[in-house]
Design a binder for this molecule. Structure first.
Ligand code: 5AD
Ligand code: SF4
Length: 528
């Protein structure tokens, strides 16, 4: 597994050969071509070319296939001018993994000659990089497609694409074919490197081109990335094998596969050399890093220990899974330096019964023990979390166990969600007997408790001087700058714009709930 290879990534064709009847009402569809595993249909005046389409059953499988690592991606010469003089507009939904994928997408389009634009009216290609984790994320995308249909009508040459996690869902692909036939390209999370070819196919054929591989793709190391700003994301692994029963991610992102340590470290070193001030290591479950290496014993703690030695001011990581969070990692994080004392540690629920039905593979006691170990090793650590309320069958008592866990841990903040059934996941088949109104009430109550702790923890910062990386102007007031402390607190203070991108010291004076406020301490004063 995870072998280096000299073979080029498969840039020639998709892997098709499917029964596509589930997407169509076949009484309307006419098969017009079938070759190389690709099938082309005509349906209600629209021609649809399917190179490959998602398949839930395949997405669920975890085979023993070798994951190959490619180092030789190259855009064919004839494609380098394809987008010259044209503009691309990318909309990104969802998590940081998606944001980072969009940087790759922008990098590929830039290699093709496209320039980026923030004005969709100017765009020659618009891609929606989507999120499937909850229903409301999907609703937003379908709403946006509705708006974009007008733009497409005004400018028929516009290429409109849907990619990301939603395109890995059978039902979404079917719905786009039937209800949004003006879409030109649908491609999956394993097909990003194929984008240039798909754009070309869609432009020349004027057909809707669908290419979504269900199985985990190989790792392609040298895809271009268009990064912006002072912070950089770095993937350390892809996919997830945890299969929490509510979660669609293992289906949409494929099986867990880690990047080779040398490749990650080389990328981080290069980013440090380019002057990035902060990097965020990304993985759906970073604590599983290295589990899939067969030739070396090298885990997330080892990686962090090596990255710690790189001359780079700040390193963060997300997301952790409590089950795989080991003692070695805690020991490494306690060395601090460029490793920040903030850990995002999703708990999801405080009830053992619910955790079991979520298949989280840890208990409340195990989680609390882990928190204790972390707090002992890193006394000033800030912990944040993700919590789902209203999981099928969650009783009032079980919800109260979540509240009591939240109080026991004393999180600084949390992302809280009402459970959203995802088709194809085991929880979607469980009886959901919690009324909507009760779910909403639980969410409000939980948020109130969380805010109390957030406020209390922030108050403890009053009078302290914190190191802040200045990110930009605050959203509502251009004379106020906004930055982040080591523990990822949002800090507001007044200061000149030249400080953006720099580290400064801020003396904390006020602590509203969602951010903290202070006064800039000039370096001479800070040194005294
Ligand atoms: N419903 C609600 N929240 C979900 N999450 C993942 N799947 C679902 C779902 N089906 C939440 C989890 C996860 C975060 C990224 O999104 O809390 O940690
Ligand atoms: Fe989803 Fe669980 Fe994997 Fe996180 S660890 S991505 S919640 S399946």
């Amino acid at each position: 597994m995870n072998k280096e290879t000299k073979n080029s990534p498969d840039l020639k064709s998709g892997k098709g050969d499917k029964d596509y009847s589930k997407y169509f009402d076949f009484s309307d569809a006419k098969l017009i071509r079938e070759e190389d595993g690709k099938a082309t249909y005509r349906i209600k005046g629209r021609t649809i070319q399917i190179n490959a389409a998602p398949d839930y059953k395949e997405e669920k499988q975890r085979g023993k296939e070798e994951i190959k690592v490619h180092y030789d991606f190259e855009l064919p010469e004839e494609m380098k001018q394809f987008g010259a003089g044209k503009y691309a507009y990318i909309m990104t939904y969802g998590c940081q993994m998606n944001e980072h994928d969009s940087e790759t997408i922008k990098g590929l389009l830039e290699q093709m000659g496209y320039a980026s634009t923030d004005d969709r009216n100017m765009a020659d290609i618009i891609l929606l990089n989507t999120c499937a984790v909850r229903e409301n994320a999907e609703d937003k995308v379908f709403g946006e497609l509705g708006h974009l249909s007008h733009l497409k009508r005004e400018k028929p040459s516009l290429i409109l694409g849907v990619c990301g996690c939603m395109s890995q869902e059978e039902s979404v692909v079917g719905r786009i074919m039937k209800k949004h036939p003006f879409v030109d390209i649908i491609f999956g999370t394993h097909n990003i490197h194929r984008l240039p070819h798909l754009v070309k196919e869609a432009v020349f054929s004027k057909e809707m081109v669908i290419e979504v591989w269900s199985k985990e793709g190989d790792i392609i190391e040298n895809l271009p990335k268009k990064r912006e700003g002072i912070k950089a994301w770095v993937n350390i692994m892809y996919g997830c094998d945890k299969f929490c029963t509510y979660c669609i991610v293992p289906y949409t992102r494929g099986k867990e596969r880690s990047r080779r340590p040398d490749d990650v470290i080389a990328e981080v070193r290069e980013l440090a050399r380019q002057g990035y001030k902060e990097i965020m290591l990304l993985g759906q479950n970073v604590n599983a890093y290295g589990k899939d290496f067969e030739d070396i014993e090298y885990r997330f703690g080892d990686l962090m220990d090596d990255i710690r030695k790189i001359d780079l001011p700040r390193v963060r990581f997300t997301t952790s899974h409590p089950r795989d969070f080991d003692d070695h990692l805690i020991e490494v994080l306690s060395k601090k330096g460029n490793l920040m004392e903030h850990i995002h540690l999703p708990v999801q629920s405080g009830s053992n019964e619910i955790l079991k039905r979520m298949s989280r593979k840890y208990t409340r006691e195990h989680y609390l023990e882990l928190v204790k170990k972390i707090k002992t090793a890193i006394p000033d650590v800030v912990l944040t979390t993700d919590i789902i309320v209203g999981f099928p069958g969650e009783t009032d008592e079980q919800f109260e166990e979540t509240i009591s866990l939240v109080k026991e841990v004393g999180y600084d903040s949390a992302y809280t969600f009402i459970y959203s059934p995802r088709e194809g996941t085991p929880a979607a088949g469980m009886e959901d007997n919690v009324p909507e109104q009760v779910k909403r009430k639980r969410l409000y109550r939980l948020n109130d408790v969380l805010n109390e702790f957030s406020k209390k923890n922030n108050e403890g910062l009053k009078g302290l001087t914190l190191e802040v990386l200045v990110e930009g102007e605050s959203k509502n007031n251009a004379s106020v700058l906004a930055g982040r402390s080591r523990t990822n607190k949002l800090v507001h203070f007044e200061g000149p714009r030249e400080l953006i991108g720099q580290f400064v010291h801020v003396h904390i004076t006020e602590t509203p709930t969602f951010y903290i406020k202070g006064e800039w301490v000039r370096e001479q004063e800070a040194a005294v």
